[in-house]
Write a protein that binds this ligand. Structure first.
Ligand SMILES: *Cc1c(COP(=O)(O)O)cnc(C)c1O
Length: 249
């Protein structure tokens, strides 16, 4: 913003109205989280809002941080690493969501705080090596696929114990932090989130520290909170659905 004084005042209007839009949307989502918590007797401070900034520019990340957002999510290493570098002065935790290729694991391990999408053994190894090289401790969630059809990422529920054990075995570079799911297209989100709750409770018998349950997005965060989600991942309800004018990074 240091060269901003050379620009006419109207040059600021789009940025200012974007900030107003984000502030309003963050407020709406926070109040949805609050209402959903109150409905089931949960404390809103037990639910972390991860704002999914994929495809949106680093300027939006900066605005969100100014609004008190502490956790941001991305699903592409190239965009995420660029935005994390551009906003390195901000106190943000970066969440990696979505399908992750093994050859990107070392890069993700450099900036991510929590990887939500661990779904195969080869990825566990790659993330552990990346975290070790970066001298960081990377928290991991095992992503469970509750679809009747595979293909959108996530391990079958039957694979969860084996993957969880593999992550835990790579301590201290990896830390098994919990589980994640994306609501299936072919079932009610509430039923899927209840299935995740059952799997998560069972996992915690052997891994009591794996307390995170990441579930719920813009359209289904209330159902996720009702079923015990600790992290909701919200993109379009805050950032909008139209394509950004400036592709990120
Ligand atoms: C994009 C994305 C979200 C956010 O989805 P919205 O419907 O835009 O809130 C959440 N989780 C994952 C894994 C995503 O890829």
């Amino acid at each position: 913003m240091s060269d901003s004084t050379t620009l006419p005042p109207e040059a600021f209007t789009p940025a200012r109205s974007r900030a107003v839009e984000l502030e309003r949307n963050v407020g709406i989502v926070r109040s949805r989280i609050h209402t959903a918590c109150r409905a089931v007797g949960r404390d809103p401070s037990d639910v972390t809002l991860v704002v999914v900034t994929k495809t949106w520019p680093a300027a939006d990340v900066r605005t969100l941080a100014a609004l008190g957002v502490t956790d941001v999510g991305e699903n592409q290493d190239q965009q995420a690493s660029a935005k994390a570098a551009e906003t390195a002065d901000l106190p943000l935790r970066w969440h990696f969501l979505g399908q992750l290729q093994r050859n990107k694991a070392a890069s993700v391990a450099r900036y991510a705080d929590l990887v939500h999408s661990v779904d195969r053994l080869s990825l566990v190894d790659a993330l552990a090596r990346g975290a070790e090289r970066a001298e960081r401790r990377l928290r991991c969630l095992v992503q469970v696929n509750l679809d009747s059809a595979p293909g959108r990422g996530g391990a079958a529920p039957s694979e969860l114990p084996r993957l969880a054990d593999a992550v835990a075995a790579r301590a201290p570079h990896l830390e098994l932090a919990g589980v994640m799911t994306v609501a299936p297209l072919d079932r009610s989100p509430a039923l899927a989130f209840e299935s995740l709750a059952v799997l998560h409770e069972r996992l915690r018998d052997t891994h009591p520290g794996a307390v995170i349950r990441s579930a719920g997005m813009s359209g289904d965060l209330e159902a996720a909170i009702a079923s015990g989600a600790t992290h909701v991942r919200v993109g379009s309800a805050i950032l909008g659905t139209r394509a950004p004018r400036h592709p990120a990074a």
